[in-house]
Design a protein. Structure first.
Lengths: 113, 113
């Protein structure tokens, strides 16, 4: 079955630690995205990538970093510079030039203790 | 810049009653419109999409939406809701040449037994 996987489902970290969230897709999509979701605020775009080895900042990139070394993978690192990292993180992918219809993973809930 | 407005943050409705979730967007160019559903602690799942053609679009789980260009709206409807429809619903819009989807803040639908 084609799809997007995110791991882990739940993640806990201590304040001041960096943590990396995994996102893998086997849909052969060129574009991948990371969103942050907080209650009542909908989805906010953190970073996106349309091709391997290239990515762009979204609306709330501060305190986050990404890499795109492989087409299938787009890991997100939440750094200690992110002031309020507790949130639900969603990864998505799409084909480029395809109306931007996005397919989503199941999400990772990050809690900072 | 593109924007999407979901006027109702919460919509309670009794089981087997009809429901309409409202979505308005701002754009003067051709758009592509989407409705996604999110169940608790899960990713987003596509309900339906409008790309072109007939303005009445049918989706999964008995939902449908109507694209109204003059009113820049894409309201979601279901004639008879079930308990299992309790979820958060997101409207999203893209346009030709854009790299991303723009999401509304979501509407939480609660079906009351």
């Amino acid at each position: 079955d084609g799809g997007i996987t995110q791991s882990p489902k739940y993640l806990f970290r201590k304040e001041g630690q960096n943590v990396t969230l995994s996102c893998e897709q086997n849909l052969n999509h060129d574009a991948m995205y990371w969103y942050r979701q907080d209650p009542g605020q909908g989805l906010r775009l953190i970073y996106y990538s349309q091709i391997v080895n290239d990515f762009q900042k979204g609306d709330i990139a501060e305190g986050y970093s990404v890499s795109r070394e492989k087409k299938e993978s787009f890991p997100l690192t939440v750094t200690s510079a992110q002031k309020n990292p507790t949130a639900f993180y969603l990864c998505a992918s799409s084909t480029v030039g395809s109306y931007n219809e996005q397919f989503f993973g199941p999400g990772t809930r990050l809690t900072v203790l | 810049a593109q924007s999407v407005t979901q006027l109702d943050s919460q919509v309670p409705v009794f089981e087997e009653a009809p429901v309409e979730l409202r979505c308005n967007y701002s754009s003067s160019v051709s758009v592509y419109l989407f409705w996604y559903v999110q169940y608790p602690n899960q990713g987003l799942q596509l309900l339906l999409k409008y790309l072109s053609g007939s303005t009445l679009v049918k989706g999964i789980n008995g939902f449908e939406a109507e694209f109204n260009k003059s009113q820049t709206s894409f309201h979601l409807r279901k004639p008879s809701v079930h308990i299992s429809d309790t979820a958060e619903y997101f409207c999203a819009v893209s346009q030709t040449g854009a790299n991303n989807l723009f999401f509304g803040t979501g509407t939480r639908l609660t079906v009351i037994p």
